[in-house]
Write a protein that binds this ligand. Sequence first.
Ligand code: APR
Length: 228
Amino acid sequence: MKNLVVLSGAGISAESGLKTFRDSNGLWENHKIEDVATPTGWNNNPELVLEFYNQRRKQASLAKPNMAHKALARLENKFRVTIVTQNVDDLHEKAGSSVVYHLHGELNKARSTLDPNLTYKINDSNISMGDLCEKGYQLRPDIVWFGEPVPMIEKVITYFRSADILIVIGTSLSVYPASSLIDHVNSFADCYYIDPNANENTLRDDFTIIFKQASVGTKELVDILLRS
Ligand code: APR
């Protein structure tokens, strides 16, 4: 079986009704990154940070996977598929994909402010001030904020190194280290990038760029790959 690796970003969930970060009217146009997505923001105003992610979680809980998420799940019939997502929603899992790494954390988990390894599934519920881990410390969203290490990065690099096929979908590739993952893919791998606003300059020239919305572009590509 060939190894197929997917790197997804907010664009894959846009057609499920979840906002991207950097498109017009995106999340970072309406919220300041430093207020809601940094350790400093958390220290200054944890209530605001909790409220921001409680809203995100509520929206994600109502969202349904779209044709792109569903098409990727079908790839498992033919390939060894690893999905590496920058997204904190669970739409890949809801669509049926079985191997999903969330580089930037998950809305549906809380973590201890004492020990990052103490994490808890929270099943779409809010996190509030006063919600404590088993050691008595405040819980925070299990989200990787700007300025924090990305704990999974070394592990997922190994998947990129052994990829025979890479599909990048709906990401501006503007956040490091996620953006650097594609550099680890072998030159013999078949590489695709699906994004209506794809920036060709950020990519190796052997990428096939599909300037389409995720739902349409992913379905078309998956159909081709499953037939080939
Ligand atoms: N289909 C495919 N791509 C789309 C669609 C769509 N329907 N709609 C928008 N896009 C594309 C945009 O063209 C853009 O390239 O999705 C991309 C979204 O880019 P960003 O908003 O920068 O999102 P992302 O790349 O996932 O951001 C990375 O930044 O703030 C952090 O932690 C956050 O994980 C996030 C990271």
